[in-house]
Ligand binder design. Structure first.
Ligand SMILES: Cc1ncc(COP(=O)(O)O)c(C=O)c1O
Length: 453
């Protein structure tokens, strides 16, 4: 089919996620037909650097021979069989492999197929853990403002990105929100000048402690995106914040859920972001990079203590009645095993850690540009916030869609990136080397220098 025919059919039938569809219908969408290493290839043969890892999930690039071969080999055995009442080989081998890389207190894995399902499972496990332990009143949650955990009703309840969640607010269950320690955007009634990272951390922890003081008897868990809040705009938490949240969760007898869907598998320069602060969560969720960005697979990890609370005779009602048709899908598990093996063989996590300082150096000159207000980075997770007025930090009028415009124009420079509001996100695949990072930042820099905002 020609590009025009594909575009016409797409506009006729396909409803795109997180996409204002009237603008889409008026544009000429790129139709991706291939991939090659870190590049995407469109239906006219143009190549684009995949600057957001195909929505934060790609790890080694596209068409990786080892992962392709693992999926093909599994296809020759079986594509799918259920985990309800049966086991399957790849899900067992993957569990064994995962247990060697997750924090050592996590001993059980529950599979699903998206970040949102992994977080729903964590919330349900937390609530039922207390129910099974004779504390049914502990069924509420503490989460953080601007958190994002996915788009199902439960995941939305525990997230709060106003632009995404407003229409559904009546459907969402009650959650206590603690302020996220967003240093660049922190507003303190008593301070006119910007606060230091340490002071923002202190103030955020005071509010969290106050919430726990008042509600700890009903709190099942605190849920956090560890170290970096991704979809909220790449908000990097002050150093030590996560460790303090862990300490408070223990002190007030609530569970700690760490959502590593975005941060997991090397993206922050550690296998998991919790490692930066030596934190052991009670429940942990992963998805996106688990299969190297190949197939939908997610996992929720739990401690032995949580698992044990679900044991008992069937008539005791302690079973976790939750599952999905494709839970533990063998093709996806085979891809994940190959991904983890390659990550180890090629020292992919060390690649991110080693190149992160050089990436910071490449980004530094952007801060001198007239509309670059803030650059937030942890490993290969980068947010560049564009503002109307650098002195006052006043944002652009959202109707101008400045971030969207910059990202669309970047395509002319052979780079695919996607903004969150007016924050330009760079999320290169963890296996990318310095030459790729240079090309990515170089294109953004050239675009920001040449365009009039
Ligand atoms: C921290 C976090 N949790 C959960 C999700 C939801 O993942 P999915 O889109 O696979 O449902 C995301 C997606 O961006 C995320 O960043």
């Amino acid at each position: 089919m020609t590009t025009d025919q594909l575009r016409a059919l797409d506009k006729q039938y396909v409803w795109h996620p997180f996409t204002p569809m009237s603008g889409w219908m008026e544009g000429d969408p790129l139709v991706i037909v291939g991939g090659d290493g870190f590049h995407l290839i469109d239906s006219d043969g143009n190549r684009y650097l995949d600057g957001v890892s195909s929505l934060w999930c790609n790890v080694h690039g596209h068409r990786v021979p080892e992962i392709d071969a693992a999926i093909r080999a599994q296809l020759d055995k079986i594509a799918h069989s259920t985990l309800l009442g049966l086991a399957n080989e790849p899900s067992i081998l993957l569990a064994d492999r995962l247990m060697r890389v997750v924090p050592s207190n996590l001993r059980k894995v529950f599979y699903s197929d998206a970040g949102a399902t992994a977080t729903e499972i964590a919330f349900k496990l937390a609530a039922q853990y207390w129910f099974n332990s004779g504390r049914p009143e502990k069924h509420e949650f503490i989460a953080f403002t601007e958190a994002y955990h996915g788009d199902t009703i439960g995941a939305m309840s525990i997230g709060r990105v106003p632009a995404f969640h407003k229409p559904y607010l009546p459907l969402l269950f009650k959650v206590h929100f603690a302020p996220t320690p967003h240093v660049y955007r922190w507003r303190s009634p008593s301070a006119n000048t910007p606060l230091t990272s340490d002071e923002v951390k202190r103030q955020a922890l005071v509010t969290l402690t106050d919430l726990l003081d008042r509600h700890h008897n009903t709190i099942a868990a605190i849920c956090i995106e560890p170290v970096v809040q991704g979809a909220g705009g790449m908000i990097v938490q002050p150093a030590g914040f996560l460790a303090e949240v862990r300490r408070l969760a223990t002190e007030y007898n609530t569970l700690l859920i760490c959502d590593e869907v975005a941060t997991g598998f090397g993206r922050t320069g550690r296998m998991f972001a919790v490692e930066h602060e030596g934190v052991q969560p009670d429940l942990m969720t992963v998805a996106k990079g688990l299969t190297g960005g190949y197939l939908p697979l997610a996992a929720t990890f739990a401690t032995q203590r949580i698992f044990d609370a679900f044991l008992g005779r069937p008539d005791e009602g302690k079973t976790f009645f939750h599952g999905h048709t494709y839970t533990g899908n063998p093709l996806a598990c085979a891809a994940a095993i190959a991904n983890l093996q390659l990550m180890e063989e090629r020292a992919v996590v060390a690649n991110v850690a080693d190149n992160a300082p050089a990436l910071a150096e490449l980004l530094k000159p952007l801060l001198a540009l007239p509309h670059v207000g803030d650059i937030r980075q942890m490993g290969y997770m980068v947010g560049i916030e564009l503002v109307k007025d650098k002195a006052t930090r006043e944002p652009f009028d959202p109707a101008l869609r400045v971030g969207h415009t910059v990202c669309q124009r970047m395509r002319g420079r052979g780079v695919i990136v996607r903004p969150i509001g007016d924050t330009i996100i760079l999320m290169p695949p963890p296996a990318m080397r310095l030459d790729g990072l240079r090309a990515l930042v170089g294109a953004l820099s050239a675009e920001l220098e040449s365009c009039r905002l």
